[in-house]
Each structure stands twice: as structure tokens, then as C-alpha cells.
Design a protein around this ligand. Sequence first.
Ligand code: NAD
Length: 274
Amino acid sequence: MNVEKKETSAAVGHSLKGKVCLVTGSTSGIGLGIARALAAGGANIVLNGFGKPEDIEAVQADIVSEFGVSVVYSGADMSDPDAISDMFDLVLDRFGAVDVLVNNAGIQHVAPVAEFPVAKWDAILAINLSSAFHTARLALPGMIEKGWGRIINVASAHGLVGSAFKSAYVAAKHGMVGLTKVIALEVAEKGITCNAICPGYVYTPLVEAQIEDQAKAHNIPREEVIRNVMLARQPNKRFATTDELGGIAVFLASDAAASITGTTIAADGGWTAT
Ligand code: NAD
């Protein structure tokens, strides 16, 4: 009886304090939301991604001052395996380990298959899928040694269903869901979990720009763009927020999620239930 009580409180009262969380593509959007949520839980953060140096410095300084954690930045290009390797050298030198790896960096391009630019296909597969293989292969030895680790892959509703004109993105995101299952199986007995979050549309600066562009292009009000164009397939008719995605990542990193592995959590307002 006592033992059960102790286990229950340990699972609920988890803390990320002192853990090292590497979030790829975290200079904006979902990755930044996840990095901030993990920092709010007490984790030290490795930021990665592109942007103006002064903007990245401001993001870094905000996290340090708001949450009192350490933050390191790497500008490694996720399409370049050597740069990913150098990023790990930097992180291991500074923090000694990566406890929580969030594979989030991603790009999109929309075109019919017959017209899809070959360079775009290669870039999307490299950034949205292969980078997760490279980061995982470099993070896993340390996690195995510690007997604890979390790999969280930011896939997409497009990791579960297709859409016309998004061949590379849908292929990469389905691939990421497959990779998630394989990693989970390989390390199932090592205290390490690997899961994928599959968001539908999430409200980010990029999405905001798309709303404005579509409203101008079709000459329709932004409410109509949101409801009938962008969220046409999202039954709850609202964007998920980067804070919500951060909350899911914190949950997956917690002890309460220790038995959740090799699966997907759809945050898509019901899209993939249809
Ligand atoms: P975003 O464009 O706001 O952020 C992407 C991040 O990745 C940025 O920090 C950018 O600098 C970084 N990045 C891009 N190319 C990179 C590279 N080669 N190397 C390193 N970093 C790179 O996008 P977002 O909407 O926040 O998307 C983040 C992830 O979530 C992506 O994998 C995306 O596919 C996925 N996603 C987004 C939505 C959505 O509606 N926004 C929905 C489902 C899935």
C-alpha cells in the first residue's frame, strides 16, 4: 500500500530540474513554445535554428531571466549531418548529456509530384526526417548510459494522413512516425521513451502570414480564410497554440508518461478522427 502511494506521488510530482533538453528548430514557432515550456519546468535548454542574431540573443536572454535556467544556442543546419555532430560536441562539452531530445525543425513546400523541385524534396527529407535519425543516434548512447531519456518527435497530422501537393512533407512526417516506433522498440527496456506529437494547424507567425496572404489573394475576410480555407479539415475550427504543444512535450518528458512509448499524440482538433 505504502509503495503504491510513493510511486503515485513520484509520477505526478516530476521535475525537469537539471535535465538538459535539446530542441531543434527552436528559434521560433512550436519549437520555441516547447523550449520555453521545458525551461519553465526547470530544464536547461539547447536552442537551435535560424534567425537574426539579435533576435536569437533576445530569445535566449528571455528564457534565462524568466526561468533561471542555462541556455546554449547552436546554429547547426539540420540538413547537414556534420553540423549536427558538431552541435552534439558543443552540447556534450557544455552539459555532459542530452536528457530530452525534441526533433522539431521542419520546412514545407507545396507542389504537384510531377513538378516538385528535386532540391526541395531532398531538403525536406533531410531536415524533417533524416535530422531526427542523426540527433537520435548521437543522443541515445548517453541516455542508455543514464538509463533515462525522452525523444519527442514533432511530426504532424500529415504523419498520419495525406494531402495533395505535400508529397515530401507527408513522406517525411510518415517516416518520422515510423522512426519513432523503431527507436521506441529498440530502447524499450532502457528507461527511454520515444513518441511523436502530431499537430494539426498551430498558430505561429508563419501561419499568421499565410492568413493575411490568403485573405488578400482570395479577397475574403480573415475569419473566412481561417474557418473555410486553413481549418477546412480541422473539426474544432481553432488553431492549436504553441503553449499547448509545450504542455504536451512537458507531459511526455514527465515520469507520468514513462509507459507511453512508440506512439503518436494527435493535437489536431479531431482532423485524424474523420
Ligand atoms: P517555424 O517556421 O515557425 O519554425 C521552424 C524552426 O525550424 C525555426 O526555428 C527555423 O529556424 C528552424 N529551421 C528551419 N530549417 C532549419 C534547418 N535547416 N536547420 C535548423 N533549423 C531549421 O515552423 P513551426 O510551424 O513552428 O514548425 C515546427 C515543426 O512543427 C515543423 O517540423 C513542422 O512541420 C511542424 N508542424 C507545424 C504545424 C503548424 O501548423 N505550424 C503543424 C504540424 C506540424
